[in-house]
Design a protein. Structure first.
Length: 202
């Protein structure tokens, strides 16, 4: 079992999301699955499904709208329904679906932009977001990751560190390695997939 950490090195990239803030709302059409993440940090005591999304819907959770996360540790691994009391976490991706009503998804009052830190493998002066990832050595495993920022981050700015000591590209050292280097070492795939709603595929 490897213990991996994915670092998102944050730089000021111009993007279509530059105008978004923690006061921005996002449209969820009815009868449409959407993959979402938390690009802002909810306030303390306000991190559950009910806290974040409960006021965005008028109908019953589980009957008319629902959220699924991906459970890597399950046997087998797979999607898992989130309870209203489930705490949603930054860096993780979730599926959300509403049967009969469209909704405006907004952030809870008191939410703030995601904090960045200067970890050892962080090469950005603006800081990084670190995300621990479990990985099994017996066979490849999927993870459902969620972007934790309002702005975009280039894939070239991602860094992988591992507790493995046999990585040819030194993914276990303080600087980590790129996605391509981690892929060559057989640690982490250098292809990431995102769901395209209009195309209905990855």
């Amino acid at each position: 079992m490897y213990a991996l950490i994915l670092f998102l090195n944050i730089h000021a990239f111009p993007s279509a999301f530059a105008e978004n803030t923690c006061n921005t709302s996002f449209e969820l059409p009815k009868n449409t699955w959407r993959m979402i993440s938390l690009p802002c940090e909810p306030p303390a005591g306000g991190k559950t499904v009910q806290d974040i999304f409960g006021d965005d819907f008028s109908k019953a959770y589980g009957a008319d709208w629902i959220i699924f996360g991906y459970d890597f540790s399950g046997n087998p691994a797979g999607y898992q329904k989130q309870a209203l009391s489930s705490e949603l976490k930054q860096g993780k991706g979730y599926w959300i679906y509403s049967v009969s009503e469209s909704a405006k998804l907004d952030f809870l009052a008191g939410s703030k932009e995601t904090a960045s830190s200067r970890a050892v493998a962080c090469s950005s002066d603006d800081g990084c977001f670190s995300l621990p990832i479990a990985a099994k050595t017996a066979k490849p495993e999927w993870n459902l990751l969620g972007h934790p920022y309002l702005s975009r981050v280039a894939l070239s700015e991602l860094r992988i560190t591992t507790d493995g000591t046999t990585s040819p590209n030194n993914c276990g050292d303080a600087n980590g390695c790129t996605l391509n280097e981690a892929n060559v070492d057989g640690i982490f795939n250098n292809e990431l997939f995102v769901y395209q709603t209009r195309a209905k595929g990855y």
